[in-house]
Design a protein around this ligand. Structure first.
Ligand SMILES: Nc1ncnc2c1ncn2[C@@H]1O[C@H](COP(=O)(O)OP(=O)(O)O)[C@@H](O)[C@H]1O
Ligand SMILES: N[C@@H](CCOP(=O)(O)O)C(=O)O
Length: 320
């Protein structure tokens, strides 16, 4: 559960005076999530998500994230829409933190990841990439390849405590990836979600009904976003990457936006890179989660196993 900041009913009452949605009937901390404090707020007008921004989110970048959600929603993507207050702003302060209200999306994450879900997710990701094209402002990927060596150093000996030799292997792999990573102008770039894990995709009746949690979104290679999803959806934590799930996601993606030759060539590199990126943030969190935070830490070694698997299984990423 992620609730880092408690919201008093007095502070919430004052906060809601800036909107036209009525007073709170209830405001309940949400069990899922890891980065921010989220509450399900119910007022006479309906349900909303109240988010207090906590950890890796840089407050100065919040207008970019909220603007992206607004743009995608306005162009037909089912994603949270920021609620605008009387002053025309979506972003304000609550309990000393930056905070915003967004619309509530119906649906639930899938309980079993199958080829239907992977195909739908692939197609949804490609749609997001296509719709993001009209949002011009760029946000560099602050957790991109250039950040990984520093992040590994910041993890200290957390890696060694989990698995002897991990730090050296990861450090060597980062050097290989830096050498292999495509130049910026070689492949299609645009707005990417960058954290489209199964918990951030809602489904209803086997169809993708919504995408949430845009707070790692940034401007980067589109195929790298696909690699993040291949890691998160097609590789069970306790098993090797699943060919059928991978194929379904790639087919779904290409049903909306066919990949270029260069993107196919880069995909094995991007899959190893995506494994490193989530291994590193999980490792960092392993040693740096604040005392008293109500949050479930995620297993860094699940991404170590993906990294090892991609090193052996690049062949499953070839064009079918
Ligand atoms: N717009 C939304 N509609 C419905 N539920 C939401 C919405 N946004 C967040 N949630 C709920 O809150 C949980 C945590 O949100 P998330 O954005 O993933 O948090 P974090 O940024 O902390 O990881 C989600 O798993 C979901 O249950
Ligand atoms: N998806 C990341 C952690 C970020 O958590 P989320 O709740 O914002 O998706 C991971 O699994 O490491």
């Amino acid at each position: 559960m992620a609730v880092y900041t408690t919201v008093s009913s007095e502070a919430l009452g004052v906060f809601l005076e800036d909107y036209d949605i009525g007073a709170a009937l209830s405001c309940v901390g949400i069990a899922e999530g890891i980065e921010n404090s989220n509450y399900l707020l119910t007022t006479p007008l309906g349900r909303y998500i109240l988010t207090l921004y906590e950890r890796r989110v840089n407050a100065a970048e919040l207008p970019w994230f909220l603007g992206l959600m607004q743009h995608l929603a306005a162009h037909g993507l089912a994603c949270p829409t920021p609620v605008i207050g009387h002053d025309g702003e979506a972003l304000r302060q609550l309990e000393g933190r930056p905070a915003a209200l967004t619309t509530f999306l119906p649906g639930r994450p899938v309980s079993v990841i199958d080829t239907i879900a992977c195909h739908a997710l692939g197609a949804g990701l490609a749609r997001l990439h296509a719709l993001g094209r009209g949002y011009e402002a760029e946000r560099p990927n602050t957790l991109g390849m250039a950040s990984w060596a520093k992040l590994l150093a910041a993890c200290g000996d957390a890696g060694e405590q989990l698995r002897a030799g991990l730090t050296t292997v990861v450090s060597d792999e980062i050097c290989v990836l830096v050498a292999e990573w495509p130049a910026l102008d070689r492949l299609p770039r645009g707005q990417i979600h960058a954290d489209l894990f199964p918990d951030n995709a809602f489904f209803q009746n086997d169809a993708l009904s919504g995408i949430i949690d845009f707070y790692f979104a940034c401007t980067d290679f589109l195929a790298y976003d696909l690699a993040i999803c291949l890691n998160a959806w097609c590789c069970p934590d306790d098993a090797r990457p699943q060919q059928a799930l991978i194929q379904a996601m790639l087919d779904g993606y290409e049903s909306v936006r066919p990949l270029e030759d260069g993107e196919w060539e880069a995909l094995p590199t991007f899959c190893r890179g995506a494994a490193i990126r989530f291994l590193l943030t999980r490792l960092y969190d392993w040693g740096h989660t604040p005392d008293g935070a109500v949050v479930t830490r995620k297993d860094p070694l699940a991404y170590w196993r993906r990294l090892m698997a991609w090193r052996e299984m690049a062949g499953v990423l070839k064009r079918g």
